[in-house]
Design a binder for this molecule. Structure first.
Ligand code: GRF
Length: 203
């Protein structure tokens, strides 16, 4: 399978996928990194593994529509079977989501549907939950609302800060996202309405 990754920042989730592709855990090749941030460290990570990079920066386009068109054209050109949003901080327009329906997944640092959107770890801490976590889901036209593939629980400790909790959740993200990518690449995910069925063998 061919994987494209979309990232906006440090790219540690992107790196986790690179590592699992390199060691053969994920039967796929990463065909490109797409980023909206020319200074994303994810670009360095791609360079270390000779992964082609496309920078589609919002400020390079006169308006949102042209930005979206450039992004969708780039995604189609890279011909991936799966698009992984790994810390990609922009919403994709509904038409793009429909174009890649069932072929795009996202990692969110909370147990959805709780705490969608930004600063999810802080939302969890401020709410006072005892269990936080992360979610890997298919992308639909909402924000963080698509069918859930995997979730990992993370205990919140008395002395947790936003940073300490985010760091602990991140460790689970680096396991959950590559595992979800592996399941997709092995054709073991079946979307049944809102539910995702995980098969033991290719379905
Ligand atoms: C991760 O916490 C991810 O869940 C969220 O943004 C962060 C990206 O981190 N969407 P990185 O760029 O993968 O290090």
């Amino acid at each position: 399978k061919r994987i494209a990754v979309l990232a906006s920042g440090r790219g540690s989730n992107f790196q986790a996928i690179i590592d699992k592709v390199s060691d053969g855990t994920i039967p796929a090749e990463i065909v490109c990194l797409i980023t909206d941030n020319p200074s994303a460290y994810a670009i360095e990570r791609a360079g270390n593994h000779n992964i082609p990079v496309s920078v589609i920066s919002f400020s390079d386009y006169p308006d949102r529509e042209q930005y979206n068109q450039a992004l969708e054209k780039t995604m189609i050109k890279c011909g991936a079977d799966l698009f992984v949003l790994a810390g990609y901080m922009r919403l994709l327009k509904p038409e793009t989501v429909r174009t890649f329906s069932g072929k795009m997944i996202n990692i969110h640092p909370a147990l959805l549907p709780s705490f969608s959107g930004l600063h999810a770890q802080k939302q969890a801490l401020d709410y006072g939950v005892k269990i936080a976590g992360c979610t890997v889901h298919f992308v639909d036209e909402g924000m963080d609302t698509g069918p859930i593939i995997l979730q990992s629980p993370v205990v919140v400790l008395n002395n947790d800060t936003e940073d300490s909790l985010a760091e602990r959740i991140m460790e689970f993200e680096h396991q959950a996202l590559p595992h979800a990518v592996k399941l997709f690449c092995e054709d073991r995910l079946e979307i049944d309405g809102r539910r995702v069925i995980v098969h033991d063998t290719p379905s």
